[in-house]
Every structure is written in structure tokens, then in C-alpha cells.
Write a protein that binds this ligand. Structure first.
Ligand code: ZN
Length: 285
């Protein structure tokens, strides 16, 4: 096993992130949402969604209708971000980080789909990701999921929790930029997408610098191992047949395959109660 800094792909992976942070963030401005934006949001909420099983998008839409939420729109040359924010749950919006993530994920690609402007809707629902309270209960979409996107469609990205919005945005940008090896089974595609999204998130927290990235990744792997052990020992997440495997366990396999040293599951660990996927958050610069 090579140490992380000697892996042959690491410099090529970090370089675009490092270059991104030598530039000013993409210029962006807050603008009034249009009628088309509002009707798009309405359509999203009226469409059945097998992943948003808790109806978080609908909660936000109900709040909009009763004047208990606002739509905030931010535009740049790269596209637009629409945030539905509940009056009861205002939050800081890391626009610089979001636009940087979009630029990192959409430049230097050859596929035409990625040249199109992005359209991202973020429903800032406060619902946190938590392990099921009952021991043995399966971990399902309602405990984990927070976004969706159509393959190769940069205008289809939807995020429906405030928690980890940046990480989910990166994950969905991968799908939207045609990165899916569609011939693979979904659990493997999801594991891959998530593993890379977390590497990019740590890369952004490190502004593309090698040593900080390694440090963030080590923390992330340590956390992911405890979370996977909790999922196995308390909620029977064992194989690809278990829904949560694709995220909680699959990502560890992807990192191993990339040559990163990932120890086996810990036997003596503190149970992880949260189902948020990551522990780092890039500074908004
Ligand atoms: Zn996905």
C-alpha cells in the first residue's frame, strides 16, 4: 500500500481544486425569482419522488404558500441556484463555495451537457439525518437521502435538506455531468459517486493542498468506519442488498480500490448517532 501522497492520481485530482482557489469565486448576484422559477418549484413539489419519502420538499412548498418561506435566487454565468428557505429555519448560504463547486465540477469536461447552465434548487429543510431509533430497524432513504439529479442534466439538480447541502450538491453535480457508468448496478454507481463527492468536499476544505486534504480524508475515513460499524452492528447493514450499504459501506470499498489505506471496521468504537455523511465543511471564501 502506498501512502496517500504517493498515489499516482492524487495530484491530478487536487490540481483543478487548487487552481480554483487561486481565482476569485465566480461572480454572482442575488436576483428576483421569476414566474418560471416559481412554477418550476411548484412542479417539483407536485411530482412524486421515491427518495424524498418524508415529503420534505412538500413541507417547504406548503410553507411558501402560507407565507412562511422565501425563495432566494442567485445567478452567475454558470447558471442559477434557487433556495427555498423556511422563515423558521434561516441559514447561512455559502454562495462562494457553491459556485466554486459548480465551476470545479463543470469546467474541463468535453461533454456538451456540462456546458449548459446549471439550475439547482435547494429546499432548506431542517430535518437532520439520524440513525433509526429502534435497534435492528433498516436504514432507508428517509434517513439518508437529500438530493437528486437526472443523469447528464445540469438543470435538474434538487437538494432537499439544509444539512450537508454542499456535499449533496457535489454528489448531484457528478450525476448531472454524465459521470455515471450506467452499466454498473445502482449501488455501485452510488458508492462511487459518494466516495468521489467526499474526496472533492475534503479537497475544497483543503483548497486543493495535499497535506490538509490527507488530514481531512483521514478524519473522514475514521468517521465513515465508525458509522459503517454502527450501521452493521445496530441496523444489519451487511451487503449491497441493504439500501444503506451503497453510501455507508460502498464508499470505503471505493477508497480502498483507489489505493487509499482504509482499516477494517473498528470493533471497539463509540456508536455514531448521526447519519450525516461527512465531518468537514469548506470555509466560504
Ligand atoms: Zn447519487
Amino acid at each position: 500500500m502506498m501512502s496517500m501522497k504517493n498515489l499516482p492520481w492524487v495530484d491530478g485530482f487536487l490540481r483543478p481544486i487548487r487552481e480554483e482557489y487561486t481565482k476569485a469565486p465566480p461572480r454572482h448576484a442575488l436576483v428576483e425569482p421569476s414566474h418560471a422559477d416559481i412554477s418550476y418549484i411548484r412542479t417539483l413539489c407536485a411530482t412524486a419522488d421515491p427518495f424524498d419519502t418524508l415529503g420534505l420538499k412538500n413541507d417547504c412548498f406548503e410553507a411558501l404558500l402560507s407565507g412562511k418561506a422565501d425563495i432566494i435566487k442567485c445567478e452567475s454565468d454558470l447558471g442559477s441556484i434557487l433556495v427555498v428557505e423556511l422563515t423558521s429555519h434561516p441559514f447561512y448560504k455559502p454562495w462562494n463555495t457553491w459556485w466554486r463547486a459548480i465551476r470545479i465540477m463543470t469546467v474541463s469536461k468535453t461533454k456538451t451537457a456540462t456546458k449548459k447552465p446549471v439550475r439547482i434548487v435547494i429546499f432548506g429543510h431542517p430535518r437532520l439525518r439520524e440513525m433509526p431509533t429502534k435497534k435492528g430497524a433498516p436504514i432507508t432513504a428517509e434517513h439518508l437521502n437529500g438530493g437528486m439529479a437526472e443523469r447528464c442534466n445540469a438543470s435538474s439538480i434538487i437538494i432537499y435538506r439544509h444539512e450537508e447541502a454542499t456535499r449533496v450538491m457535489i454528489h448531484e453535480l457528478f450525476h448531472a455531468s454524465c459521470s455515471d457508468p450506467y452499466y454498473n448496478p445502482t449501488p455501485l454507481i452510488e458508492a462511487d459517486t459518494e466516495a468521489w463527492a467526499e474526496m472533492v468536499l475534503c479537497g475544497m476544505a483543503a483548497k486543493g493542498a495535499l497535506q490538509p486534504w490527507i488530514r481531512y480524508m483521514r478524519e473522514q475515513i475514521d468517521y465513515a468506519l465508525k458509522q459503517a460499524a454502527t450501521a452493521r452492528d445496530y441496523h444489519n447493514v451487511m451487503s449491497q442488498k441493504d439500501y444503506a450499504w451503497r453510501y455507508l459501506v460502498g464508499r470505503l470499498d471505493v477508497w480502498r480500490r483507489l489505493g487509499i489505506q482504509v482499516p477494517w471496521f473498528p470493533t471497539n468504537y463509540k456508536k455514531v448517532e448521526s447519519l450525516r455523511f461527512t465531518v468537514c465543511e469548506p470555509k466560504d471564501t
